[in-house]
Ligand binder design. Structure first.
Ligand SMILES: CC(C)(COP(=O)(O)OP(=O)(O)OC[C@H]1O[C@@H](n2cnc3c(N)ncnc32)[C@H](O)[C@@H]1OP(=O)(O)O)[C@@H](O)C(=O)NCCC(=O)NCCS
Length: 161
């Protein structure tokens, strides 16, 4: 079986990333970033990082997390996208990312925002142990500050260490 692994994205990966993100099939499922936003994340600005998901040694997708541990909001996964879906690549990639994240002592949880209608992504997150999460009024601003408040038709999911 071919291996799935994560490596840091490089500026040279930009066209792979943006072509995949802007593919009409994917546009409906995920948000869209400009080239510059991706490049800033690749450079690690504002606590973003940017990972290429490789499968069998070739780019197969990408994952964008934000390190919000110092803000008391764990690690936020902003976006994950794979080219060939439902072949186990997404689950393997998130699993590897979780190992990295929870390998740190200062990361109590990893969380994300998912659309109500995105049953496939929700299934993957649930299989990995994520559960729907609604912060109380006092903690919500801490989450909203580092990500964005979930729009209508979206909700947060969280996996605690
Ligand atoms: C979400 C995404 C990253 C998951 O990666 P993937 O490689 O397709 O997922 P996997 O193959 O690892 O796992 C898919 C699982 O969901 C299940 N599934 C698929 N469609 C489903 C549905 N409509 N309802 C319930 N489960 C579903 C599959 O059966 C599979 O589970 P199994 O391994 O037990 O059979 C990928 O599909 C993707 O890039 N989607 C478009 C972008 C997106 O939605 N990103 C997430 C935004 S929050």
């Amino acid at each position: 079986m071919k291996a799935t692994r994560l490596r840091h994205s490089q500026p040279a990966d930009l066209s792979f990333i943006t072509q995949l993100e802007r593919d009409p099939e994917n546009r409906e499922l995920i948000g869209q970033w400009s080239d510059l936003e991706h490049l800033h994340a690749i450079e690690g600005r504002d606590r973003w990082s940017h990972w290429i998901i490789e499968h069998g040694g070739r780019p197969a997708g990408y994952l964008i997390p934000r390190d919000c541990a110092a803000q008391g909001a764990g690690i936020y996964i902003k976006r994950i996208l794979v080219a060939d879906k439902e072949r186990g690549t997404g689950k393997a990639a998130i699993s590897q990312f979780l190992e990295k994240a929870f390998g740190r002592d200062d990361v109590p949880f990893v969380w994300l925002i998912v659309r109500n209608e995105n049953a496939r992504a929700q299934a993957v997150y649930r299989q990995l142990g994520f559960e729907p999460f609604e912060p109380g009024a006092a903690e919500a601003p801490r989450f909203d500050l580092v990500a964005e408040a979930p729009l209508d038709q979206c909700f947060r999911m969280l996996l605690a260490r």
